[in-house]
Design a protein. Sequence first.
Length: 108
Amino acid sequence: MAIKNNCDCKSRGLQGAGDKISALLWKEHSLSKNYVETMLIALLYLVLAGAFLVVIPAALYFYLNQRWYVASSFERGFMYFLVFFFFPGLLLLAPFLNFRPQRREIPN
């Protein structure tokens, strides 16, 4: 609120040192506004990168594991497209996943 009142010095006809201080405060306020906008854009990029590299590929691994042997030909083509599109994220998650069959018990 103080910044708004100080920035109205020109409209109220005030001049001198108060006008210079007001101009400095307004400049600082606009810089902080740009800083907030920049941080929001950076946060948006971070969220989109996280979704592209971690969240969607993890969901895709789960989907492929559930549907691989029962998919129709069209669905299998769609699976191949998804693997191609999200390949960087799948490659990033691959060392942490294990899809080998479970060990089976052999009765004696």
